[in-house]
Ligand binder design. Structure first.
Ligand code: 5RP
Length: 236
């Protein structure tokens, strides 16, 4: 694996690899989405290839993680074929001191929530810049909405005091369309005092499929940092 010069990339690579090292042979593994878990999937493939790790199967949380698993030789299965997930490894956009998360920077939070909550052990992998005192400080809450309900859901979120913005594509005209064929509203709140209730309130709006607040689910948060020019991984 080549060492990237960019410190953020370096942190992501080291923490992604540290999480892959926690996977044991014979495990069913939830494969998260994003640039950090891309390194986890790559390293799982390398461990399988070297023979150090055997008989794992992955459950992808997105089209991206499915493609990466195929590229790096991680065998895949589906939730119809297994009765549990041993370990899930996923990134996050914000992590608070209670290990509550905002996810969905890659618009994959719906499938990620299904897989991450099912896992017996859920490992979060982030670089140090993702740690916040309070959720919503630096990242909006992604809300996946079925297309026919985008206007009423937008109005309902405004009535709750949120500022919703339709996520637009990059190198694609028009909105981002999720792996499920839906749209994403990125919602800014002045302050998220009660993430447990906000998660429920948003999901109760008819037309909302899922939002990116993940509460009481992370078991371990691994944080990648660069100290004195060297990458260090610590547990929150
Ligand atoms: C995708 C996610 C990602 O896990 C999150 O955006 C973190 O991504 P990255 O590791 O690229 O910073 O929630 O929906």
């Amino acid at each position: 694996m080549s060492i990237p010069a960019d410190p953020v990339k370096l942190m992501k690579q080291e923490v992604g690899k540290a999480a892959a090292n926690l996977v044991k042979s014979g495990s069913i593994v939830g494969l998260g989405t994003g640039s950090t878990t891309a390194y986890t999937i790559q390293y799982l493939g390398e461990r399988l290839k070297s023979g150090e790790l055997k008989d794992i199967v992955g459950i992808p949380t997105s089209f991206q993680s499915e493609v990466l698993a195929k590229e790096y030789g991680v065998p895949l299965t589906t939730l119809d074929a297994v009765d549990h997930i041993d370990i899930a490894i996923d990134g996050a956009d914000e992590v608070d001191p209670h290990k509550n998360l905002i996810k969905g920077g890659g618009a994959a939070h719906t499938r990620e929530k299904v897989v991450d909550y099912l896992a017996k052990q859920f490992i979060v992998v982030v670089d140090g810049g993702k740690l916040v005192e309070r959720l919503g400080s630096s990242f909006a809450v992604p809300v996946e909405v079925i297309p026919m309900a985008i206007t009423p859901v937008t109005n309902a979120i405004k009535a709750l005091g949120g500022k919703p913005e339709l996520r637009m594509g990059v190198k694609k005209a028009g909105p981002v369309i999720t792996d499920q064929g839906n749209m994403v509203l990125d919602v800014t709140f002045d302050s998220i005092d009660d993430p447990v209730n906000l998660e429920k309130t948003l999901n109760n709006i008819p037309g909302v499929l899922e939002n990116g607040i993940f509460v009481n689910c992370a078991d371990i948060v691994l944080v990648g940092e660069v100290i004195d020019g060297k990458p260090v991984v610590r547990q929150l």
